[in-house]
Write a protein that binds this ligand. Structure first.
Ligand code: GDP
Length: 443
């Protein structure tokens, strides 16, 4: 899977990442090629469009890092967006409920539903120590219930005894009751498939869902069927409501479109990847690993990450030096505000420092992101000189700054007061630090 897409992308980026300087047209051209490569990999058009426009926006707005080339930075952005498109993080199967917890397996016939049901049961039994009961609800295909029973014997997982003539909802009820009585943790329900979506199938699955009240409803989809798999997922989600997707045949040489668009189109995470016919051939779906397999540029990604870290570290060191000297002007305050906004707000940051209770109380009033933005705007409306020497900001300057930032004079006053408090505190801390005492605030 992904081989040809991977080849295409590395071709595009090999040229780009070596170049010293990038023009906007270089990026635009590269992204045009990326767009074609993704479409050829059978990724859904809206997903591709969204992807390309996000990469472009970030590439244009980014801070230039020392020690890496702009092309390498673009590769990193593409990587990050690819990860975001795939779902950002690994989502585990949820079994945290009052036992017995039901897991409902849905999907088309031949997608690998029965195989995946058994694979998951095996994993829950062996890796999570769960007592699992499997039941086949496929009463149409004569051999289906027998198939699950044989798989169960093979992997050492119990299956619900077959009673001929029972309908899916009855079997479901019997499975849940048996699980309750016999102390099973998890009941895996393998529903009947069809060759394509039809209404009677959907009605049956919905009735089963209402009986079992599953914690997970996993759609099993064949990744080799490309965008069809995505459409099937959308349909099942609309009618039954799915909690995640298991993509099978990831070991095949599909173009990868299903894997790449599934999350973006359905909003539901890909939880598992089937990678073969054997019962162990089931993996967690790791968006980061998949992205790095597609791009094949893990080295560039970590290089850029390191460069970004270095810049942040250098900034922090510079700030620490200034603070030690008791210098803290409004430019520094602005940098702090920007960093704090990134770190989840002033309260979060101050809460981590010892002895900051008093200051935290003083600043608590509305310290959210919107306030940061307004404060940043106020500082940005000041002249360079005003930022270095806040004392020169008199009444008329305050009026000008308030008008320029779309705020009010009281807000400007508040910011200046906050800065003064902070500067005072910094001086105190550095003085105490020099005397060899712990730099703690009273209270
Ligand atoms: P169902 O009709 O949806 O229950 O499909 P089955 O579970 O019976 O699977 C159909 C076929 O696909 C079987 O031969 C499985 O061994 C095979 N299969 C299922 N998952 C995978 C997978 O991840 N990779 C490969 N290569 N084959 C798979």
């Amino acid at each position: 899977m992904f081989d040809s897409l991977s080849d295409r992308l590395s071709g595009i980026f090999d040229g780009l990442k070596r170049r010293g300087a990038l023009k906007e047209s270089d990026v635009t051209e590269a992204l045009r090629e990326v767009r074609v490569a993704l479409l050829e990999a059978d990724v859904a058009l809206p997903v591709v469009k969204d992807f390309v426009s996000r990469v472009k926006e970030k590439a244009i707005g980014q801070q230039v890092l020392k020690s890496v080339t702009p092309g390498q930075q673009v590769v990193k952005i593409v990587n990050d967006e690819l990860v975001a498109m795939l779902g950002s993080e690994t989502s585990a199967i949820n079994t945290a409920g009052v036992p017995p917890v039901a897991i409902l397996m849905v999907g088309l016939q031949g997608s690998g539903k029965t195989t995946t049901t058994a694979k998951i049961a095996k994993r829950l039994t062996e890796k999570e120590n769960k007592k699992v009961l499997m039941a086949s609800l496929d009463v149409r295909r004569p051999a289906a219930q027998e198939q699950l029973k044989i798989l169960g014997e093979q992997i050492g997982v119990k299956t619900l005894p077959i009673i001929e003539g029972q309908m899916p909802v009855e079997i479901t009820r019997r499975a849940m009751d048996a699980a309750k009585l016999q102390g099973f943790d998890v009941v895996m329900l393998d529903t009947a498939g069809r060759l394509h979506i039809d209404q009677s199938l959907m009605a049956e699955v919905v009735a089963v869902r209402n009986t079992a009240m599953p914690l997970e409803t996993l759609l099993v989809a064949d990744s080799l069927t490309g965008q069809d798999a995505v459409n099937v997922a959308k349909e099942f989600d609309a009618q039954v409501g799915i909690t995640g997707v298991a993509l099978t045949r990831m070991d095949g040489d599909g173009r990868g479109g299903a894997a790449l668009s599934m999350r973006a189109v359905t909003g539901k995470p890909i939880k598992l990847a089937g990678t073969g016919e054997k019962m162990d051939a089931l993996e967690d779906f790791h968006p980061e690993r998949v992205a790095s397999r597609i791009l094949g540029m893990g080295d560039v990604v970590s290089l850029v990450e390191k460069a970004a870290e270095t810049i942040e570290k250098e900034d922090a060191e510079k700030m620490a030096k200034k603070m030690a000297k008791g210098e803290f002007d409004l430019d520094d305050l602005r940098t702090q505000l920007q960093q704090m906004a990134k770190m989840g707000g002033m309260k979060g940051v101050l809460g981590m420092l010892p002895g900051m209770g008093k200051l935290k109380g003083a600043m608590n009033a509305g310290m959210d992101d919107k306030v940061f933005k307004r404060q940043e705007a106020i500082i940005s409306s000041m002249t360079q000189k005003e930022r270095k020497q806040p004392k020169m900001i008199n009444a008329s300057r305050k009026k000008r700054i308030a008008a320029g930032s779309g705020t009010s004079v009281p807000e400007v006053n508040k910011l200046l007061k906050m800065h003064m408090q902070m500067a005072k505190m910094m001086k105190k801390m550095s003085a105490m630090g020099k005397k060899g005492r712990m730099p703690m605030m009273p209270g």
